[in-house]
Design a protein around this ligand. Structure first.
Ligand code: UDP
Length: 370
């Protein structure tokens, strides 16, 4: 069907049926109101364009491997989609925006779970509307997460599942969506590992039984190109619970609701990014200032635990992850890091210490002008 003259809306559904259907319904309604409809979709669970001859479809490569393209571990799948779709989506949308032969785009309508789309829309100066495919009642619960964290309901302890959430009657603790379960692992852009250390990390993560997203830079394991030392079928045997990527948009990952801990080498950027996103740390400093940063994280600000045994060992790794993700001490650490996050945000606001320091730097540079 030929394009109509008027305005165009670009829609980007999350590739799960319960998200695709409402987006297509909305697209139909907008089409009936006179808009031309363009749908960007992933290869994974792609809609069938022949059922919608009145829409234009653009497919983007989602980069998911066969094991990753599974709903066994939904939290990890959503996190990976947000990482792997970002670049292909940006390229596709940029082409659509610059295509002068088509009608102008009124806005992007994206599933709320594709949170990276805000930055893409901003960079292309395109208004973005979010479609939330859940109900208003669950939205209220998600919006209340900061309060629930502050009041000590989160992370949920197994012993308290039957307790009422007084602020959200008639919900019980067991009714709250279970979030922040993923351990994000990255040791920055320089640090390297021996093969033995790499394998201890792999088994520590596997034995912790937590979902994980691990950045392994190609060449960062001595003597290997990438993942060759991993036992055959290692990731497949985890049933979608573990994912390894070559690089991740770290700050976005740390800001994702699913991420509950950051295993870091405590480079200063990584440390700051973790604090600013309120994510507790497992500290494994390698060299330089990282050791000082790690000691402050674990012993002064108390927003992380430190791996200290000298030799990296899977049992210690497993215990540290469990401590942070499952135990009371981890809960206290999580509470402290969200308070530190608030302080960090205040520093950046007008009148805050970082903001003032930057202002005085600017004044100083002006004063140097002859
Ligand atoms: N980084 C990233 N993706 C990765 C690994 C690192 O975006 O997969 C970024 C991270 O967000 C941080 C920087 O690279 O801003 C690393 O700096 P840091 O001071 O933490 O460590 P360094 O690389 O200098 O050891």
């Amino acid at each position: 069907m030929g394009q109509r003259k008027g305005r165009r809306v670009v829609l980007f559904p999350l590739p799960l049926q319960g998200h695709i259907n409402p987006m297509l319904e909305l697209a139909n309604i907008l089409h009936s109101k006179g808009f031309s409809i363009t749908l960007i979709h992933t290869n994974f669970n792609s809609p069938n364009p022949s059922n919608y001859p009145h829409f234009t479809f653009h497919s983007i490569p989602d980069g998911l491997s066969e094991t990753e393209a599974s709903t066994n571990d939904l939290v990890s799948l959503l996190l990976l989609l947000n990482i792997k779709c970002a670049e292909p989506f940006r390229e596709c949308l940029a082409k659509l925006v610059s295509d002068a032969s088509e009608e102008p785009i009124a806005c992007l309508i994206s599933d709320a779970i594709f949170h990276f789309t805000q930055a893409v829309a901003d960079s292309l100066k395109l208004p973005r509307v979010v479609l939330r495919t859940g109900g208003a009642s669950s939205f209220v619960v998600f919006a209340a997460f900061p309060l629930l964290l502050e009041r000590g309901y989160l992370p949920i302890q197994d012993s308290r599942l039957e307790e009422l959430v007084i602020e959200l009657p008639p919900l019980k603790l067991k009714d709250l969506p279970p979030k922040k379960s993923v351990v994000y692992v990255s040791f920055g852009s320089i640090a390297a590992l021996s093969e033995a250390e790499f394998l201890e990390i792999a088994w520590g993560l596997a034995n912790s039984e937590q979902p994980f997203l691990w950045v392994v830079r190609p060449g960062s394991v001595h003597g290997s190109e990438w993942l060759e030392p991993l036992p055959r079928g290692f990731l497949e045997d985890l049933g979608g619970r573990g994912h390894i990527v070559k690089w991740a948009p770290q700050q976005e990952v740390l800001g994702h609701l699913a991420v509950g801990a950051f295993w870091t080498h405590n480079g200063w950027n990584s440390t700051l990014e973790s604090v600013c996103e309120g994510v507790p740390m497992i500290c494994m400093p390698c060299f330089s200032d990282q050791k000082v940063n790690a000691r402050y994280v674990s012993h002064v600000w108390k927003v992380g635990v430190q791996l200290e045994n000298g030799v990296l060992e899977r049992g210690e790794i497993e215990r540290s992850i469990r401590k942070l993700m499952k135990e009371k001490e981890g809960e206290e650490i999580r509470c402290r890091v969200s308070k530190l996050k608030e302080k960090a945000i205040n520093c950046l606001k007008h009148g805050g210490s970082s903001c003032k320091s930057l202002d005085s730097l600017v004044s100083h540079i002006f004063s140097l002008e002859s």
